[in-house]
Design a protein around this ligand. Sequence first.
Ligand code: ADP
Length: 190
Amino acid sequence: MKNISKTERNKLKGHKGLAIWLTGLSGAGKSTIAVELEQQLFARKIHTYTLDGDILRTGLNKDLSFSEEGRRENIRRTGEVAKLFVDSGTVVIAAFISPFAGDRKIVRELLDEEFVEVFVNCPLEICEQRDVKGLYKKARKGELKNFTGIDSPYEKPEKPEITLHTHLQNVEECVQQILDYALPKIEWKK
Ligand code: ADP
């Protein structure tokens, strides 16, 4: 009896696993970029899966609040799930506000070389103008507490592998920038 090794999994899939972690304010463009990035990878026959903060919060993490403690646990669990996907040889895309540098550091340490931090950078004013889900309006009215950028901090990544400026670049440019970085990293050399 012998366990299947990571190398064997990579060989079967024809590429290596990787976690592409998108962090940024609500409305910065994480989900939009995740969807388009996954399409681009999928078209190249790469095995992918997207973990979206909003979706995980309705399932695996639905017991967690938006307090600092709840947010920390949200990211810790997601990091562990991302690691399982990476070990399976999958390219996992995580789209989470993940506002605290310390929490992202824990995920980075967990995944080591297989972690790519993408700072989806967009000024708060623009995110608020976009207000995709109407959440900024609610937060300003005090109907939503602990909203990142309003009454809860966002700690910018200090050394992200990639920084995107979604108020200056279109979605295609942002996705291309990630592909340029990620594709060589997942290449499987026989
Ligand atoms: P988040 O997941 O970070 O909360 P969303 O992806 O839900 O953000 O919303 C981002 C909004 O910004 C969408 O309406 C999207 O069309 C728009 N947008 C404009 N430019 C970009 C860009 N370069 N990348 C991603 N989204 C963009």
